[in-house]
Design a protein around this ligand. Structure first.
Ligand code: UN1
Length: 510
């Protein structure tokens, strides 16, 4: 079924496909055409309740398997992701609108994550720690936390679910997953892969639906860890809900107001290339996309001319065509948000340099008039800490050029003036400028002479400030889904203590 539009997609709970407790369905809509792709049952809090019960019951047996046995299930998923990359890449592109090379890259990134998690099962774990006492052996162990709730976004509808689930499962947790309501078809395909791979009943559960279903995951205290990737608004609510609860953990990855800094020592070919990739790939809808370009006054005019020329020309079009650089945005609410922020920038005094926000009719591919089309919107504005347009995330091809004078610390002041802190890049040929940026940029991911997008799964992925807490992403998710035990064994018959602590028991008679 997966390569065809599904016939009313269902949830997968306790080893069975189910329509769930509600008759209500919702549609997945193709962003490029505005046409429905398929209908899905809408999960309710009662469906989530059943899924959590199944996951809690399955935990004991699943954690009892070896790492290697658990990873075996994931290797089957890995091979399916590899064998079906083109087909699944096309589904990603159709359902979330990003162009076809990005659709495929999403599936490839998922395969890499599964490979990392399953491969890690055969790698040494933990560390041996020396003791003051010769007879003591200390080492670190990890224990699975239990039920892991995963709430994932539409912009990486295959990769991000595996960021959450691959490590969680190999480490011995069971999973309840709610895919984004914009990309349930991708959710269905991923679920089918898990089922094909023979994941035992209850170990992996998926409930399709909206925020009420996601909220039911968050508020169920049998869910030991909540992994969330998505908007800052929802992420902070989850953080508030779970923050005070003993024993419950969350790892949150939210957005950014990321920037590329172009210094007076920049190679401008590299600078323009990196900026275009950072701002317009995925139509600006990566949490790592850049909406601010902070450019030194000495190179500003040339950079601006070259960036603007390309922004006027980048190919917006049918995401299934190889010749397209930017597809549509995901839905009408993203179109509206983009226009709202473009208007705000104008009101805040921006000088508009490129306005393809509303595409001309001839730029929209034939038969796609009802798609969610936008094009680049580029402006220049003088840096001002009060401007909302250079502080709030838009999640679209909305880009500010900000000119700076002086040394790299001035660029860093502007760069760091945001509550977010996910990613950033510096373009420079001067290693001192580069290293200063490396040390002082307040971000979780930083790049030099590269776009600020495109992280690989074997790196920790996550931000600081409003961008995140913990890392529900890539290899670092291991921290969120396990508890560590510092284990110490005494090989002697005597009890001897460290720190010179006396181990002698004295009695009244001594
Ligand atoms: C996201 O931006 O929402 O680093 C995820 C990247 C990708 C993941 C992006 N590996 O660009």
């Amino acid at each position: 079924m997966s390569h065809q539009v599904p016939d009313t997609g269902r949830h997968y709970v306790n080893g069975e496909w189910t329509a769930g407790t509600s008759e209500e369905t919702f549609e997945s809509v193709e962003p490029a055409t505005g046409e429905p792709l398929g209908a899905f049952h809408r999960g309710t809090p009662a469906d989530v309740e059943r899924a959590v019960t199944a996951a809690a019951e399955a935990f004991e047996a699943w954690r009892g398997l070896s790492y290697v046995d658990r990873a075996d299930v994931l290797w089957d998923v890995y091979h399916e992701l590899r064998d079906r990359t083109d087909e699944l890449g096309e589904i990603v592109t159709r359902e979330c609108g990003k162009e076809i090379s990005e659709g495929r890259a999403d599936v490839v990134e998922a395969a890499h994550m599964v490979e990392w998690a399953a491969g890690n099962a055969r790698h040494p774990h933990g560390e041996v720690v020396p003791s003051e006492i010769a007879s003591k052996d200390s080492y670190m162990r990890r224990r699975p936390r239990g039920v892991v709730g995963c709430i994932t976004p539409w912009n990486f509808p295959v990769a991000i679910p595996f960021w959450h689930m691959a490590v969680a499962l190999v480490e011995g947790n069971t999973v309840v997953w709610k895919p984004a309501e914009q990309t349930p078809w991708c959710g269905q395909v991923v679920a089918e892969m898990m089922v094909d791979a023979g994941v035992p009943p209850g170990v992996f559960n998926v409930v399709q639906g909206f925020g009420d279903a996601g909220n039911a995951i968050v508020t169920d205290d049998r869910v030991d860890t909540v992994l969330f990737t998505g908007s800052a608004e929802v992420g902070h609510e989850i953080g508030d809900e779970l923050g005070g609860q003993a024993g419950r953990e969350c790892a949150l990855e939210m957005g950014g107001k990321n920037a590329v800094v172009v210094t007076d020592q920049a190679d401008l070919d590299l600078a323009v290339h990196a900026a275009v990739m950072s701002s317009f790939k995925t139509t600006g809808q990566r949490c790592v996309s850049s909406e601010r370009l902070i450019v030194h006054t000495e190179v500003y005019d040339e950079f601006k001319r070259r960036f603007v020329d390309l922004a006027e020309d980048v190919a917006v079009g049918d995401p299934l065509e190889e010749s397209t650089f930017m597809g549509p945005v995901v839905d009408e609410s993203q179109v509206e948000k983009f226009h709202r922020y473009n208007d705000l920038a104008r009101r805040e005094g921006a000088e508009v340099l490129v306005d393809r926000a509303t595409l001309a009719d001839e730029e929209i591919p034939d038969g796609h008039a009802d798609g969610y089309w936008v094009g680049p919107f580029v402006y220049e504005v003088e840096y001002d800490p009060e401007l909302r347009c250079i502080h709030e995330e838009v999640f679209g091809p909305h880009v500010a050029l900000i000119e700076y004078e002086g040394d790299v610390d001035r660029a860093l002041t502007i760069h760091n003036d945001t509550k977010y802190g996910l990613t950033g890049a510096i373009i420079s040929e001067d290693y001192r400028q580069i290293n200063r940026f490396r040390d002082r940029a307040e971000v979780g991911l930083a790049y030099a002479n590269l776009p600020c997008i495109g992280a690989e799964v074997q790196l920790p992925f996550g931000g600081v400030g409003k961008s995140g807490k913990g890392a529900p992403s890539a290899r670092e998710v291991i921290e969120a889904v396990t508890d560590r035990t510092a284990w110490t064994l005494n090989n002697s018959k005597d009890v001897r203590m460290a720190q010179g602590l006396s181990a002698e028991i004295r009695t009244e008679d001594d």
